[in-house]
Write a protein that binds this ligand. Structure first.
Ligand SMILES: Cc1ncc(C[n+]2csc(CCOP(=O)(O)OP(=O)(O)O)c2C)c(N)n1
Ligand code: SF4
Length: 307
């Protein structure tokens, strides 16, 4: 069973906390991603985060939807499940409720999370399910070859908008603050150190954590390349009044961060924001449901009601 992780104990720069190695996390599956895809860096960062936190890979479950990003579970030697487009969060919620000792990490694209899966995202945030959600946001539907997604910038020409998108994109950080997530961050697939540190903090957070990762897609969004991002990215923790405990601060800066100026960092982080969903479930109070003895449970009375 996992011990609770205390983020102060984590040595982010050295290797003192390493109990496992990168080899322990290597799935040996051949990659189906394009050379140069930002998803490679994100896999590396998740591995780094798991190692730095000293988590046993057997205690990790990675859940995804469908899309390029959703091939993620294939490339780490942890438990993993590739589910249905937009449905990763309900599956992850069920897994966490059944076994609260698992570190559940959900990974998917912006179409998966902010499009078809948006309803699930809102309810997972308000319930404060203690899982981590990574959205590999390449601002396009990549697997299906380049249609507009909910984060595609207005005016962008795509396979489905040959004259330019006429829709206003979702602002992920503002959405998450409004939705009640209790750890909200933005990172960049070209900055492995930033992602590793942010993902480790998100996993260690008690509550629902979401990281929107600006992800390079060299094949279907080639104009938004490494240099394009580097010219626009700034670190929000360099701002003189940085205060990630204050939702209003986070919201103001989330609304300022759009495609011409992209602020990476933690917008909001509060372990004491409110109870997690499982904290309010008496059945889950001591032992995970999967570890509880069900031999003495008699459901005959309940079943009788349905006769
Ligand atoms: C229910 C359902 N609707 C539509 C699809 C087709 N489909 C597969 S992946 C995808 C979108 C992929 O974009 P995104 O989620 O952003 O991930 P990416 O491929 O960019 O990583 C769509 C529409 C599907 N597989 N299932
Ligand atoms: S199409 Fe884009 S997102 Fe998909 S594997 Fe290739 S580079 Fe990555």
């Amino acid at each position: 069973m996992n011990e609770e992780i205390k983020i102060e104990d984590v040595n982010f720069v050295g290797g003192d906390n390493l109990k496992f190695s990168l080899l322990d996390l290597d799935s040996k599956h051949e990659s189906q991603w394009c050379p140069g895809c930002g998803n490679y860096g994100i896999v590396m960062a998740v591995k780094n985060a798991i190692l730095k936190l000293g988590i046993n890979p057997k205690d990790v479950l990675i859940v995804s939807g469908i899309g390029c990003a959703s091939k993620f579970p294939h490339y780490l030697k942890t438990y993993g499940i590739e589910t249905i487009h937009g449905r990763a969060l309900p599956v992850a919620t069920g897994a966490k409720l059944a076994n609260k000792d698992l570190h559940v990490i959900v990974v998917g694209g912006d179409g998966d999370g902010y499009g078809i899966g948006m309803g699930h995202l809102m309810h997972t945030m308000r319930r404060n399910i203690n899982i981590t959600y990574l959205i590999n946001n390449n601002e396009i539907y990549a697997l299906t070859k380049g249609q507009t997604s909910p984060t595609t910038p207005k005016g962008k020409k795509t396979a489905s908008t040959p004259n330019g998108s006429i829709e206003t994109p979702v602002n992920p950080m503002a959405l998450a603050i409004g939705g009640g997530a209790t750890f909200i961050a933005k990172s960049f697939s070209g900055d492995i150190n930033h992602m590793s540190d942010t993902i480790a903090r998100a996993i260690a957070h008690k509550g629902f954590s979401i990281i929107d990762i600006a992800q390079i897609c060299v094949s279907f969004n080639p104009s938004m390349n490494f240099k394009w991002y580097k010219d626009r990215i700034y670190n929000i923790d360099d701002l003189p009044d940085y205060n990630n405990k204050n939702k209003s601060w986070g919201m103001i800066h989330a609304l300022e961060s759009q495609d011409d100026k992209i602020g990476i960092g933690i917008y909001y982080h509060n372990d004491d924001d409110r109870e997690t969903y499982i904290d309010d479930l008496p059945e889950d109070e001591k032992l995970s449901l999967v570890r509880q003895d069900i031999n003495d449970i008699d459901i005959e009375n309940i079943l009788d009601n349905y006769e």
